[in-house]
Design a protein around this ligand. Structure first.
Ligand code: PLP
Length: 287
């Protein structure tokens, strides 16, 4: 079955889906995006993703490409047309197509909207959670507005590739003061010896992950305490458990940091309980 993409008002064959060379996303990374997980036929936490999209667009003064409810219809339709029951739906909004010029184009230029979806085998994530993943640390070298989910991801791409070449799955950006910020595409967490979950406050220094937000609800349900504060790489290496979170990984155990085993080198039980309870708590919108 051919994949279908939505591009500026049209559903087209994925292989033919394209945007103009003067799209400002292509020219300047002048755009934002969202990734929602699709699980068991439901779009996970769609209202929270659309709220964050609203914030990202507002911070960059980009207009909504469609009314919010119409965008939700497009998202569902792309998931449906691609018959995705487990996977992800990706959406990107840019400031639109205009002759290359740093100044914003006139208001008559409409934002561009692309929506795609793809299937992911849920067994792959489950299997990975059984063994856990490895991370490396890299110095923070991104701009200070990473709270905006912008498509400008070059430092993230380079860090992720560095992780891959080191045999790891994720790279943690570490601040000049030695505290962990977040992964290249995930938020970072530890569990202290006392069983308290620790994650950095979602100020301008990290992206406020939707999975992170929902994990606060999951933790409350399971009776775990959360402290929002910075933690160092050394504290993470000595922690009871370490994990990362994102829409496609949920809560994923980390078992190695910079080549050193952490949490005895095994996925932690608290992490796995958060993972297990996640879909009971997350909002599920039928696709
Ligand atoms: N941090 C960064 C830099 C990300 O790119 C992502 C997801 O893409 C996250 C955190 C996790 O966010 P979410 O839970 O909304 O997927």
């Amino acid at each position: 079955m051919p994949r279908i993409a939505y591009v500026n008002g049209r559903y087209v064959a994925h292989r033919d889906a394209s945007v103009h060379v003067e799209d400002r996303g292509y020219q300047f990374s002048d755009g934002v995006y969202e990734v929602c997980e699709v699980a068991r036929g439901f779009i996970i936490d769609m209202p929270r993703h659309l709220d964050r999209l609203n914030r990202s667009l507002g911070e960059l003064s980009i207009a909504w490409p469609l009314h919010r409810s119409a965008l939700a219809v497009v998202i569902r339709e792309v998931v449906r047309r691609n018959r995705v029951t487990d996977g992800l739906v990706y959406l990107q909004v840019t400031r639109g197509v205009a002759g290359r010029d740093h100044f914003f184009p006139p208001a008559s230029v409409r934002p561009s909207l692309v929506v795609t979806a793809k299937k992911i085998d849920p067994a792959a994530g489950a299997k990975r959670a059984e063994t856990g993943v490895k991370v490396i640390t890299v110095p923070e070298n991104r701009w200070d507005r990473v709270d905006i989910k912008s498509v400008g991801l070059l430092p993230n791409v380079l860090a992720k590739q560095q992780a891959k070449e080191a045999g790891a799955q994720e790279a943690w950006f570490v601040d000049a003061d030695g505290t962990v910020k977040e992964g290249a595409s995930t938020n970072a967490w530890i569990v202290t010896r006392d069983g308290v979950l620790v994650t950095r406050p979602a100020d301008h220094g990290i992206l406020r992950g939707i999975t992170r937000t929902t994990l606060f609800d999951v933790a409350a349900k399971l009776g775990y305490r959360i402290e929002e504060r910075g933690f160092s790489v050394a504290e993470a290496k000595a922690a009871r458990e370490v994990f990362l979170s994102s829409a496609t990984t949920i809560a994923m155990p980390i078992v190695e940091i910079d080549g050193e085993p952490v949490a005895n080198g095994h996925p932690g039980t608290i992490t796995l309980s958060l993972r297990q309870a996640f879909f009971d708590v997350a909002k599920k919108s039928p696709a």
